[in-house]
Design a protein around this ligand. Structure first.
Ligand code: C2E
Ligand code: MG
Ligand code: MG
Ligand code: MG
Length: 276
């Protein structure tokens, strides 16, 4: 490759070679404009109004085809390419949301996934703030989805950082909640707005009482922390009825919409505008 030399070693195995080749392709993905963003609506319970969206990265490469984030995000993290990619995601997503505003579409908060490596950069928050200032992007329209790990490492400087963002109206949520090892003490001290229940607890929940117990406990925890709860991965009416009965506040899932490219998402917004 252009940026690195890798000697062939028969012990490397196919898996390793695939990872290296993916990393090499990913290195050029931004320059070759192979990355794009999709947007998935979040809806309120009961009325099912669109109240926000999540930004999800997509990669199409001529050699590898369409690669799912589950495959390439870990490679981007191991190679630290996620830092550069994460910057691009924030810039592109904010520009898109501002473009929608100019087109007269409803102003919606946008949730962006942030990798732990990004948060660990000492200047992550000041750079985010100066980006928002430069673009004229209001804090109230940004939400950061962090992993449980980031919150649990929640050293005081990290918490101060996020408190600074929250004063600008930026919301903080914990993604895939329930799959990590949350320490309740840390959780209560971290400046938080939302817990997003992991899809694995929502899938088939209507037929699985143990999942219902878990979601009930997460909703109770959220109430006591005064934060809201989002159920992600809602795929059918039975799951919907179940999570609504358990008291979640917002919904996200294929039942309502898959993640959509920008143009289709704006059609979706236009079509659902004002519909209760
Ligand atoms: P996530 O943040 O938990 O995102 C939700 C994932 O669930 C998305 O997968 C979404 O397409 C999928 N999903 C939503 N509704 C349903 C449903 O009803 N059924 C099923 N089966 N899946 C549903 P996706 O887009 O493949 O992304 C996977 C993960 O990759 C994300 O999980 C997130 O952790 C990571 N990721 C995606 N974009 C970014 C990004 O820009 N930056 C970072 N750091 N990570 C990202
Ligand atoms: Mg997410
Ligand atoms: Mg999630
Ligand atoms: Mg996930």
């Amino acid at each position: 490759g252009k940026h690195r030399i890798t000697e062939y070693n028969p012990q490397m195995g196919e898996e390793n070679l695939r990872r290296i080749s993916m990393e090499q392709q990913l290195r050029d993905a931004l320059r070759r404009q192979e990355l794009s963003l999709h947007y998935q609506p979040k809806l309120s319970v009961c009325r099912h109004e669109v109240v926000g969206m999540e930004v999800l990265l997509r990669w199409h490469n001529p050699v590898l085809g369409t690669v799912s984030p589950a495959q390439f995000i870990p490679v981007a993290e191991q190679s630290r390419l996620i830092l550069e990619i994460g910057e691009w995601v924030l810039e592109e997503a904010m520009q898109q949301n501002l473009a929608w505003q100019r087109q007269g579409l409803p102003l919606l908060p946008m949730a962006v996934n942030i990798s732990a490596l990004q948060v660990h950069q000492h200047d992550f928050v000041p750079r985010l703030i100066s980006r928002m200032t430069r673009l004229g992007y209001p804090g109230s329209r940004l939400e950061l989805e962090l992993t449980e790990g980031v919150v649990m490492e929640g050293a005081i400087p990290v918490r101060r950082y996020f408190e600074q963002l929250r004063q600008l109206g930026v919301r903080i949520s914990i993604d895939d909640f329930g799959t990590g090892y949350s320490n309740l003490g840390y959780l209560s001290r971290f400046p938080l707005d939302t817990l997003k229940i992991d899809r694995s607890f929502v899938s088939d929940i209507d037929a699985q009482p143990d999942k219902q117990q878990i979601v009930r406990a997460i909703v109770q925890l959220a109430r006591s922390l005064s934060v809201s709860v989002v159920a992600e991965g809602v795929e059918n009416q039975q799951e919907l009825a179940c999570v609504e009965a358990l008291g979640v506040d917002e919904l996200q899932g294929y039942l309502f919409s898959r993640p959509l490219p920008a143009e289709l998402f704006s059609h979706y917004l236009g079509a659902t505008r004002g519909v209760a």
